[in-house]
Design a protein around this ligand. Structure first.
Ligand SMILES: *Cc1c(COP(=O)(O)O)cnc(C)c1O
Length: 451
């Protein structure tokens, strides 16, 4: 066994031929061999969705060890929003790696971390004074936002929501709603986490103000504002099913938090950075969160995460209370500065809006002709289709899984999500050419038509 991939290993980045090409069945023999080694060397708990071994990615494709070129409608879960191996990101990483790879920001600070903080302070919603701390993962950012909110308020309780997803660490498992696969068997979970219903227009039939009244009454009766440090919510819920709350829900919850000195934390780990056709999804709903957590798309694929928020709240933690060995690693910060420059200056917000128009048109036409599609929803390049049994409206996870599997076999990477496993999400990199996006949707449409 050797580590070398096929001799014709292509280079990633936008120069990669933008084609769907099936050289073998999926997985091909090279990928199958590598995945066999995975099964022997890596625990089963670390699963995978697409049975390939990737060797290159860029534009709108992922290429595997057998030379298959798959259309990417997942962006590695909303991470490669600027595209994989974006030239500016690659150049920034190489230059920084040659300078220094680590000093530990808590030992010897460096300018790039501070520059990332300055950009995030400027770009996140609201023109109040802000500060930013950097971490390694979305879960770590959410954990730290909760730490900061508790220290600031001196209160213990935290509210999370039905269908919410915030990560896989102990505290974030407690915040996450879905048991299987995220929590089952991994308890006991952190205390003082309470779950409230949010807004799921397709399934609860409530207006935004009605849903907010239900949420806030539960919070007041079962927890009490005087015990509550923070409310943690994804403006558009991600893993839970790309659920867009009804108009008025988020502003009502945010107003209540302000009136009661409860810290409103928007978890924009998935929805942030141009993904929804705005720099942050909070803007789409007219809310200004106290704290915003970000990660995923922030650094073009490098591990980096942030908590950005009101300076007085962020400053509540004592010196040494926040941080970590790697948080704000200089190579990740260099990548983030390049990616953030692309988000701001390369028209990526407009690109996400264009992708929304294509997805709304095409998926809307599919839904009009097929009553197994219960709803098409989302914003920007974060759109989804929820599959139902047309008679009862019940979630149809079997159909969803079968369509996703057929797409993979036909060279298109699609991801599923949803509490009921009945949602296919569309998260293409913003670098995907239109022709590939259309071809990807064609494949989804034929996979559905065949079932
Ligand atoms: C992915 C995700 C997280 C967790 O991020 P990791 O980097 O996987 O720890 C948290 N919140 C939301 C909304 C996410 O989508």
């Amino acid at each position: 066994m050797t580590l070398t991939a096929a001799p014709t290993t292509p280079h990633g980045g936008p120069g990669l031929p933008q084609v769907r090409r099936l050289a073998t069945a999926i997985p091909g023999p090279r990928s199958a061999e590598i995945l066999q080694r995975k099964a022997a060397a890596v625990p089963a708990g670390v699963g995978h969705t697409v049975p390939i071994a990737a060797v290159a990615a860029g534009g709108g494709v992922v290429v595997d060890a057998d030379g298959n070129s798959l259309i990417d409608l997942g962006s590695g879960i909303a991470v490669t929003t600027v595209g994989s191996a974006h030239p500016k990101v690659v150049e920034a990483i190489a230059a920084q790696a040659a300078q220094f790879t680590h000093t530990c920001f808590m030992i010897s600070p460096y300018e790039s971390y501070i520059a990332v903080a300055e950009v995030l302070n400027r770009l996140t919603p609201g023109d109040h004074e802000k500060k930013t701390a950097l971490f390694n993962s979305g879960a770590e950012a959410v954990e730290n936002a909760v730490k900061i909110a508790r220290k600031h308020t001196g209160r213990p309780a935290v509210v999370a929501f039905d269908h919410g997803y915030h990560g896989r660490t102990n505290l974030t498992m407690a915040l996450t709603a879905k048991s299987m696969p995220y929590k089952s068997g991994f308890g006991p979970f952190a205390p003082e986490i309470y779950r409230a219903p949010a807004s799921y227009p397709l399934r609860d039939g409530l207006t935004g103000p009605e849903a907010a009244a239900r949420t806030l009454s539960l919070i007041e009766k079962q927890i009490g504002a005087e015990n509550l440090a923070a409310v943690v919510i994804e403006p558009i819920q991600g893993e839970g099913g790309f659920i867009v709350p009804a108009d008025g829900f988020l502003p009502a919850v945010a107003d209540w938090c302000r009136d009661n000195d409860v810290v409103f934390i928007a978890d924009e780990v998935q929805s942030g950075f141009a993904r929804t056709g705005a720099m942050f999804a909070s803007e789409l709903f007219g809310i200004v969160p106290d704290l915003v957590t970000t990660a995923k798309g922030i650094a073009g694929g490098m591990p980096l995460a942030a908590v950005t928020g009101r300076a007085d709240i962020m400053d509540a933690a004592h010196a040494g209370g926040l941080g970590g060995t790697y948080g704000g690693n200089p190579v990740a910060c260099a990548a983030a500065l390049a990616a953030l420059d692309a988000f701001e200056n390369d028209g990526l917000i407009e690109r996400a809006q264009q992708i929304e128009r294509v997805l709304v048109d095409r998926l809307g036409a599919l839904a009009a002709a097929d009553d197994r599609i219960g709803e098409v929803r989302g914003r920007g390049a974060m759109m989804a289709v929820e599959f139902v049994d047309p008679a009862a409206g019940a979630p149809d996870a079997a159909l969803t899984g079968a369509v996703a599997k057929a797409c993979l076999a036909d060279g298109v990477i699609v991801l599923t999500c949803g509490t009921y496993g009945n949602v296919i999400r569309f998260l293409p990199p913003l670098s995907i050419p239109d022709a590939l996006l259309h071809e990807g949707i064609d494949v989804v449409a034929s996979a559905l038509a065949a079932r």
